[in-house]
Write a protein that binds this ligand. Structure first.
Ligand code: NAD
Ligand code: 89Y
Length: 343
């Protein structure tokens, strides 16, 4: 098996997890890194022993010598970097949120299609092992046909100290975190046709909304509620757990705090501990997210080798991003927004 070579652009807060993930992955090596901030470039380069270091993406692509690029920058640079990768014929992973606008996201997918390069959005929450365990339980048929669901993320964790830019954007929780919960809703209940949303800002020190409630109509006739908050002070802080409630024709599933999965069916109630693994380089409470980084990277490598479309390909993730756009529009105009307005 030939080794796959990758390059990583953006050596910031989250990229460190991605570098650890690549270190663990079999048959893959990051051969070059890029960041316009020299201090960050040096820290990641020294920590992971990467010799080839670039302060500009143009110079990185001009030198080449890698099979794929992993873009771990913030949203403003996603479209230019993905288009640069496509123009260089390099397979591309891009962090969420996909893009600043739907128009940008569609253009990014088109650029990769035209160039014939694989394109995946790093939408890792559906790769969290507790979420996979819930999905497997639903697919086992134990709770029968699903008719209602809730995907919930409520916390007061200080995300602004590690990611200060989250406090300054006009958009906050739907674009940053709700995007993951909306994707989980699609993963569990199928694509949506319309969304009705309400938003609120509780924390006066930030620019965007920190509370959002969305109601989704799914193609399969399921109704789901996706709710998220960074203004919810609980006795035990649940960050970064996504909790689930799923009702079916024969029973119910609950993924509750502390990674407790309960499946109630005509055969009885089974409760299991679905704690994610604490990888050697990981730290609580982030270990859930950190484990999922390695899992989505492994999926990318398999898809690249087998020339398969990744589950969260750019094409697929347009559906998730449309839910983000439609949620903001719904909240602004106080109406139900059909996704056909964006897709
Ligand atoms: P960050 O600001 O800490 O790091 C981004 C880095 O990219 C910075 O060092 C910056 O200098 C560099 N950069 C920006 N534009 C560049 C360009 N054009 N060329 C070269 N370098 C450039 O941000 P972060 O918190 O690490 O977030 C990065 C992305 O990861 C965001 O899109 C964020 O939403 C996402 N994120 C995802 C998860 C997840 O679980 N999937 C978790 C946290 C953050
Ligand atoms: O940026 C966000 C993400 O993707 O997961 C959690 C986070 O770091 C803060 O909301």
């Amino acid at each position: 098996m030939t080794e796959l070579k990758g390059a990583l652009i953006g050596c910031g807060f989250f990229a460190v997890n991605q570098m650890h993930g690549w270190n663990d992955a079999a048959g893959v090596r990051i051969v070059a890194i890029c960041d316009r901030d020299p201090a960050r470039l040096q820290i990641v380069g020294d920590t992971f022993g990467i010799e080839r270091r670039y302060s500009s993406a143009e110079a990185l692509f001009a030198d080449g010598g890698f099979d794929f690029v992993d873009i771990a920058t913030t949203v403003a640079s996603h479209r230019p970097l993905v288009e640069m990768a496509a123009a260089s014929g390099v397979a591309t992973i891009c962090q969420k949120p996909f893009a600043p606008t739907m128009e940008d996201a569609v253009a990014m997918v088109a650029a990769c299609d035209r160039a014939g390069v694989a394109f995946m959005i790093h939408e890792n929450f559906r790769w969290q092992s507790p979420i996979r365990a819930a999905k497997a339980a639903i697919e086992s048929g134990a709770i029968g046909e699903v008719f209602w669901g809730r995907v919930s993320f409520r916390s007061a964790y200080d995300v602004f100290s590690g990611q200060p830019y989250l406090a300054t954007g006009k958009r906050f929780i739907i674009e940053d975190l709700g995007i993951h919960a909306l994707d989980i809703a699609r993963f569990l209940f199928g694509d949506a046709t319309a969304v009705t949303a309400r938003t609120r800002r509780v924390n006066p020190a930030i620019a965007g909304e920190d509370v959002a409630t969305m109601m989704l109509d799914h193609e399969a006739g399921i109704t789901s509620i996706v709710d998220c908050s960074y203004a919810t002070r609980l006795p035990v802080e649940p960050f970064p757990e996504t909790l689930l409630e799923v009702d079916g024709s024969k029973g119910t599933l609950r993924l509750s705090q502390s990674y407790r999965l309960s499946v109630h069916s005509p055969d009885g109630t089974e409760v299991s501990d679905v704690q994610p693994r604490l990888l050697p380089w990981a730290s609580k409470p982030w270990h859930n997210i950190q484990e999922s980084v390695g899992l989505i990277q492994r999926h990318w490598v398999e898809c690249l080798r087998e020339r398969r479309e990744p589950d969260t390909s750019g094409r697929d993730n347009l559906q998730t991003f449309a839910l983000v756009e439609a949620s903001y529009l719904s909240a602004a105009e106080n109406r139900t927004v059909p996704l056909s307005e964006f897709l």
